[in-house]
Design a protein around this ligand. Structure first.
Ligand SMILES: *Cc1c(COP(=O)(O)O)cnc(C)c1O
Length: 476
């Protein structure tokens, strides 16, 4: 059999499975209907001795996941911060696996190395970051944090005369971390992985808009004077999309010799919108930035990006020379900037997404998601039994469902809010999630899927209205 003939039947069948799945996203249920028991029964059985025909494997796989996938690839999914996949990005992701390159070094895959080079240049330009910054394509924002903060650890300890790459952290000067208290949990994990530990963090107070107070930062910096310090700022926090005042905070941190890292998992993308980019004013002065491709750019999982102003520190924290590797002279070796050794051609889907959108498409995508988030939060908030807690400034907003009984306590309102969220998810008509914001349970709406339409917004508001009408105690 020719090589192509080995693949053709299963790939053609898979194309049909994929099209059936994608075609069902518009109307189908967005929540899972299969139980854990069902899924284990269908998927997690004893592996047979005998192998199977590839088409049978794929056919049974598709049947096995039935009811166990969420509709997060579609337009009525607003929980967490989860994007879909642009058509070119999905197709490019298929090709990435087809080409099956090891994108570690230019010598392993010249085209993949150059594709990543282009992605880095385009992304820095679109996100308003310095063209001279180094970058890495990672599996997500958390690993982008890791990449950036490994560089930070190198640089701030080098300033104390400590080579962390050689000597490690045992007996190293203590690193202090000053954070916007709303910073994402992935930062804490990163600090643990880096050997800094979660106790090095000092969470700093934020104002009513969720922004770190310059006075709070100034006081904290005075408290760690002379010690190596990291300052972690937010470009779009997870609950309300708050942006720190970079213009005021970054020079303050730099005056104390601190390294400033920005978590911009989705918020950095508002740079694409002329009406919103003022929120990022001054962000380009930071030392490192982390963001995601699999959220607002709508690249398939998993994909994130790290950018570092100090290219020396970035390279020193990642790079290694080995006799059997062929290191590029002129080209960019991803290996010098990434945590992984072998790795997939992670740039291909990003490359395709950016080309499918162009500058205009990215701007429209960002602005459309913000408009839909606004319409969803205000539309749901206007329903009897609902209350807007936070209108979106960008693509994230909060709603609460107070318990209507006159003697209801805050705990009752919390419980009722969770009950309504569960009720919405149960309908399968829209998927939403909860969060605790300033001590109160809320429903968080996040819109970052390119597929979300006005019809999805209308259908979602209608679904919430029906649930509120049906929820015991939900009627005034
Ligand atoms: C999603 C998110 C992260 C973590 O990103 P991953 O891609 O899941 O690793 C970090 N920060 C913020 C603000 C996020 O929304």
């Amino acid at each position: 059999m020719s090589t192509g003939a080995n693949f053709q039947p299963v790939l053609e069948a898979t194309l049909q499975h994929a099209l059936t799945y994608l075609g069902g996203l518009e109307q189908g249920p967005v929540s899972a209907s299969a139980s854990l028991e069902d899924l284990r029964g269908r998927l997690s059985f004893t592996l047979a001795e005998a192998g199977l025909d590839p088409r049978q494997v794929i056919g049974e796989l598709v049947a096995g996941v039935e009811g166990g996938l969420l509709g997060s690839a579609g337009g009525r999914f607003f929980a967490w911060v989860i994007g879909g996949s642009l058509p070119a990005a999905l197709a490019a992701d298929w090709l990435t696996s087809t080409w099956d390159q090891n994108a570690a070094l230019y010598s392993c895959s010249p085209a993949e190395a150059v594709i990543e080079e282009a992605c880095g240049r385009w992304l820095k330009d679109l996100l308003g970051l310095p063209a001279s910054a180094s970058f890495a394509l990672t599996t997500g924002c958390q690993m982008a944090h890791f990449t950036c903060l490994a560089a930070a650890r190198n640089a701030i300890l080098a300033r104390q005369g400590w080579d962390v790459e050689k000597r490690g952290l045992l007996a190293a000067p203590r690193i202090r971390v000053l954070c916007n208290s709303q910073v994402h949990g992935s930062v804490e994990r990163t600090l643990r992985f880096l050997g800094l530990g979660s106790e090095c963090v000092q969470n700093l107070a934020v104002d009513a808009e969720g922004r770190l107070e310059p006075e709070a930062l100034a006081a904290a910096l005075r408290g760690v004077a002379g010690e190596p310090a990291l300052v972690l700022l937010c470009a779009g926090d997870i609950n309300i999309g708050a942006f720190d005042r970079f213009e005021a905070l970054i020079p303050l941190a730099h005056a104390h010799g601190a390294w400033v890292h920005v978590d911009g998992a989705f918020g950095l993308w508002v740079q694409a919108s002329p009406g919103l980019r003022h929120l990022l004013k001054g962000v380009e002065q930071a030392d490192s930035w982390a963001t995601d491709g699999h959220k607002w750019l709508n690249v398939p999982y998993d994909c994130g990006y790290a950018f570092v102003a100090d290219t020396r520190a970035h390279r020193a924290s990642m790079s290694l020379r080995a006799s059997y590797l062929v290191h590029a002279e002129e080209a960019r070796d991803p290996f010098d900037w990434n945590l992984e050794w072998s790795r997939r051609g992670r740039g291909v889907a990003t490359y395709a997404a950016l080309r499918e959108l162009g500058r205009n498409g990215l701007r429209e995508l960002v602005e459309r998601c913000c408009r839909h988030a606004q319409a969803l939060v205000t539309g749901i908030g206007a329903l009897t039994g609902a209350q807007v807690m936070r209108e979106p400034r960008i693509n994230q907003g909060l709603v609460r469902f107070p318990d209507p009984s006159p003697s209801a306590t805050e705990a009752d309102h919390d419980a009722h809010t969770d009950q309504v969220i569960a009720g919405i998810v149960q309908t399968g008509r829209a998927f939403v999630g909860g969060t605790t914001w300033r001590g109160r349970r809320c429903m968080r709406i996040s819109v970052c899927n390119w597929l979300t339409t006005e019809a999805d917004v209308t259908a979602t508001i209608a679904a919430v209205k029906d649930v509120l009408g049906d929820t015991p105690g939900g009627r005034p």
